[in-house]
Design a protein around this ligand. Structure first.
Ligand code: ATP
Ligand code: MG
Length: 228
């Protein structure tokens, strides 16, 4: 049923300029996710995974085709309207963590909650950082944290606003297998408890196989959807 779709892509194509002329980095890609689905996107480096994630989250616009997120056709919205849809519905963990250096770990996680006007921002942010194992690092600034710790702050921040769809680019990429497993558990708890839809780019086989769906990109093309 179209009504239970939270995220659909129809015939997405992304063309970028390059020194050799136009380069097509995504070719006619379509997919449909329901609320509570989880999907892993896998594929070699350069196959278009991050590009696809950016388009699905409305951070970037396709050259052709359309994305519908939480019932809104993103191609009909201007940048401010897309930002509002993201603020309301989307959490994003980038491949580069995009933490603010002037804020400590706790403040980075509190920020989206404060923007949301939540009075329990501090308590909730502290609780999330404890769940990712950083209860003892609340007052560290990002540059005082290891790569894996920064990643966990970014994940706590993405969880903070309880998004309908959580997009994560290599959420366990910099983590040892034990910590990675904890982060995976947290992702799927959120998926179960709140029906959060997960869209994950990952090279982590175990994480990919926990998802309901697995898609593979090869040079910007969707290889026939695979059952995990
Ligand atoms: N703005 C751009 N201009 C030109 N080329 C681009 C642009 N953005 C991405 N590309 C190219 O498109 C291809 C796909 O990039 P993308 O970042 O989506 O790959 P990826 O699958 O996420 O790779 P990785 O696993 O290394 O993160 C790459 O070859 C990249 O160089
Ligand atoms: Mg990438």
């Amino acid at each position: 049923m179209a009504t239970s779709s939270i995220l659909t892509a129809q015939d997405l194509t992304k063309v970028v300029p390059s020194a050799e002329g136009e380069l097509t980095i995504l070719h006619h890609l379509s997919l449909d996710l329901k609320r509570g689905d989880s999907m892993a996107i896998v594929g070699a480096s350069g196959s278009g995974k991050s590009t696809l994630l950016g388009l699905l989250a409305g951070l970037d616009l396709p050259s052709a085709g359309r994305v519908t997120l939480a019932g809104r056709d993103l191609s009909t919205l201007d940048e401010d309207q897309r930002a509002r849809v993201r603020a309301e519905h989307v959490g994003f963990v980038f491949q580069s963590f995009q933490l603010l250096d002037s804020l400590n770990a706790l403040e980075n996680v509190m920020l989206p909650l404060e923007l949301d006007g939540r009075s329990d921002a501090r308590e909730r942010a502290r609780g999330l950082l404890e769940r990712v194992g950083l209860g003892a690092r609340l007052s560290h600034s990002p540059r005082q944290l290891s790569g894996g710790e920064q990643q966990r702050v970014a994940i706590a921040r993405a969880f903070a606003s309880e998004p309908d769809v959580l997009f994560a680019d290599e959420p366990t990429g910099n983590l040892d297998s034990h910590t990675g497993e904890r982060i995976s558990d947290l992702l799927f708890e959120l998926n179960k408890e709140r029906g959060t839809t997960l869209v994950l780019v990952t090279h982590d086989e175990r994480l990919a196989h926990r998802c309901h769906r697995l898609i593979r990109l090869d040079a910007g093309r969707l290889v026939a959807p695979l059952e995990p």
